[in-house]
Design a protein around this ligand. Structure first.
Ligand SMILES: [Zn+2]
Length: 254
């Protein structure tokens, strides 16, 4: 970012960087200013670095920071204080880490990844995958790799990645567990019977992926989530302190 740049210049750069991300249109007026400010503070606080010989431009930083800040807009940037670094690869990258595939088998080889969030480490993202964000972009399902990986980071704040982030005082951990377990069970049942799924079946990998995939849907395709999984939608409204399906309606009227 240009040193000593004027507020107007920075604001114009931010608007240009997020112009092709429809979710940002949901935030207008004071909320839009808050989102821009949070994004700029995210860039100032975090180390955003390129993987390989990729070059991360200011516009890329602004866009991914904005995607990162949408989930914590009503929570506060300090919910991200437990990590420092975001690494961006040009394309899906190859991880050398051992990993557990969907069938539960732990593999020691390499695999292509669109994003990763380490328990005590960086968030790793593929710029190519960030460009695929949208309400129907992953085999017809909502996709946003930034929101997905940051949801894992929020989840990790309480007892590791287990699908339950820290609860606010007005929320009950028991209710969260009950509703998310039931929704997971219904999705598994749909999958087992070959019915069409309301969200990406990758959610069935484990409860942590379920929360991350539901969070992608919550922000990228909220009306779909509200309609198909109303109880999960309601709890995510409580956790994120946002009502994106309702905000969507207002944006459409404007
Ligand atoms: Zn994941």
């Amino acid at each position: 970012m240009k040193i000593g740049a004027s507020q107007e210049w920075v604001s114009a750069q931010w608007e240009a960087a997020i112009a092709d991300w429809p979710v940002a249109k949901r935030y207008q007026g004071a909320e839009r200013v808050a989102l821009r400010d949070a994004s700029l503070r995210f860039i100032a606080r975090k180390t955003i670095t390129a993987g390989g010989d990729f070059v991360v431009t200011d516009a890329m930083c602004l866009k991914l920071a904005t995607m990162a800040c949408v989930p914590i807009l009503k929570l506060g940037l300090d919910w991200y204080d437990h990590f420092q670094t975001v690494i961006v690869y040009q394309d899906d990258y190859v991880s050398e880490q051992p990993y557990r595939s969907e069938d539960g088998v732990v593999h020691s080889g390499t695999r292509g990844l669109s994003g990763e969030a380490w328990l005590r480490g960086p968030v790793i993202l593929s710029w190519h995958s960030i460009g695929q964000s949208g309400p129907h972009s992953r085999q017809g399902y909502a996709s946003n790799v930034v929101i997905h990986e940051l949801a894992h980071k929020l989840d990790m704040l309480r007892d590791g990645a287990n699908g339950a982030p820290p609860m606010h005082p007005d929320m009950r951990a028991g209710e969260w567990h009950e509703i998310f377990s039931a929704a997971f069970g219904r999705l598994q049942d749909d999958e087992d019977h070959g019915r069409s799924l309301p969200i990406d079946g990758y959610a069935l990998t484990n409860p942590a992926e379920f929360f991350a995939v539901c969070s992608e849907s919550f922000f990228e395709a909220p009306e779909n989530l509200q309609q198909k999984m109303p109880e999960v939608y309601r709890l995510l409204c409580q956790f994120y302190r946002q009502q994106p399906a309702e905000q969507q309606g207002e944006a459409n009227l404007a």
